[in-house]
Design a protein around this ligand. Structure first.
Ligand code: TYD
Length: 204
């Protein structure tokens, strides 16, 4: 089977990492080449932009242009070549995060986001996107136990409510691409939801 492009999305504190690790292991155990990557970032240039994006104050247009600039580099240097040779790409966040955080959270113009998406990606979209959905109050409790917050993690619950709604709007607009995961459950239960999605597709 040729590789697929799988992305993981959700508000900060949704608990994606454990499940990305598990999927990577499952695919590798099947003998597949896996490219594990993330956004913002994924190339030396895009990782430099990530540092600016997460920690320096800037207006929403600058924020949006930076994240799409990094995405362009990531697509041309890493994602497209990997898919072309048949590898599986597992990416922590992608363009849905821009619609959710810059569009929903910051209130940035969605028509501009649509144009940038088209410019930067052409027809490229993930084959499957796991959207980890949970109430922002639960995500905030999980984050409080974690590390020093970046510019986004430091936002209040009203911000994350808007981000969550924008993610769900994106999922409702493109239901075939998304798998909606109830992420307020225990890790084992979340893992089972993911396993069912992959089994339904015949991928794992
Ligand atoms: P995240 O995956 O949470 O990194 P980490 O777990 O290492 O903190 O992503 C970093 C932050 O960037 C996250 O708060 C969401 C935000 N973000 C955007 O605002 N727009 C985007 O397009 C992307 C990809 C991420």
């Amino acid at each position: 089977m040729r590789g697929k492009f799988i992305t993981f999305e959700g508000i900060d504190g949704a608990g994606k990492t454990t499940h990305m690790d598990a999927l990577e292991q499952t695919l590798r155990a099947q003998g597949r080449e896996v490219v594990r990557t993330r956004e913002p970032g994924g190339t030396p240039l895009a990782e430099k932009l990530r540092g600016l994006f997460l920690h320096d104050a800037m207006d929403p247009l600058t924020e949006t242009l930076l994240v799409f600039a990094g995405r362009r580099d990531h697509l041309t240097q890493v994602i497209e070549p990997a898919l072309a040779r048949g590898a599986w790409v597992i990416c922590d966040r992608f363009t849905d995060a821009t619609f959710a955080y810059q569009g929903g959270g910051r209130g940035f113009d969605l028509t501009v986001l649509n144009t940038l998406e088209q410019w930067v990606q052409g027809e490229r979209q993930p084959d499957l996107t796991f959207l980890f959905d949970l109430p922002p109050a639960i995500a905030a409790q999980r984050l409080a136990a974690a590390r020093q917050p970046d510019r986004f993690e430091a936002q209040d619950q009203a911000f994350f409510t808007k981000v969550r709604e924008a993610y769900l709007a994106r999922q409702q607009a493109q239901p075939a691409r998304f798998a909606l995961i109830q992420a307020d459950q225990a890790p084992e239960a979340v893992g089972k939801q993911i396993g069912r999605v992959l089994a339904d597709k015949g991928w794992a």
